[in-house]
Design a protein around this ligand. Sequence first.
Ligand code: ZN
Length: 325
Amino acid sequence: MRKITAPILGVDIGGTKVEAGLVDASGRVLLSERSRIVARGSAEEGLKSVFAAIDALLRDPRAKKAKAVGISVPGWVDSNRGVVVNATNLPCWLNYPLAKKIERHYRLPVKLANDGNAASLAESAWGAGAGYKNIFYVTLGTGIGVGMILNGELFAGTTGAAGEGGHMSIDTRGPLCGCGKRGCIEVYASGTAVGRQARERASENPVAGSRMLAAARGAVDNITAEIVTEAADHGDPLASEILQSSADQLAIWLGGIIDLLEPEVIVIGGGFGRVMMRYAPRMREQLKVWSINPNRKRVKILNAHFRSQSALVGAAALWLAHSKK
Ligand SMILES: [Zn+2]
């Protein structure tokens, strides 16, 4: 097999958007383009959203130098076959041969991975996890994804389907999650969950929710995690309470993770991860209750280096890590 070198075309597929970027050998994103995804239509409509982002990128001559494509998807994938098995936030694809479709369209080799796994590779190679051997990576956004680097290697389970840490339940009587289980951490501490909680609370008590309702132009359905964050920044008590509660639920979950894996570092990424990192001191305080590991204080909690582009760079790392061997 011929050696693949940078730049690589990385594609991060999320529940609401697709971002394609050109990534160099040191993990830098040279240029990037986004498009909206039609996640709840047909498989072909979903695929066309991905083509739209890649086509936009390829308008730049620099992107035409890419020799391979790496794709990250939020859900279960079979990396060996390049198949999206099942992704809660991408119902358009079920056992869908995404890698093959993209390979045929662009005539470039394609690798596919779960977004959390891809992002943890990027953080490990060039980001906040560089220099550490045991990393627990978590991305907070539409959903919650994780990736585990153990003894310097990506740990993806027996078949590659491990890393669905967002669907670990912290309350058997909790709200129903899209995955079918109850009380998954994703229904408490993802950006989607925070938006939903704020809409429920503002409906119950429009006076307490008045700042968020005003930002949503009076329509409770328009309240998002961004509106909650902005209201909390202005000292809104209800918005602050919702974010603090999510941080407390995260601490319960992370306490279990620390007790299970004892990582050197926890790296928090994703668009909503930046918001939750403001509560890192509060989470650390709560970890006294939720972790029994005697070394828990030494576990660092760090902002992801790549922020919302971790999965994009990670998708490219699928090839660059390979070509290093
Ligand atoms: Zn779930």
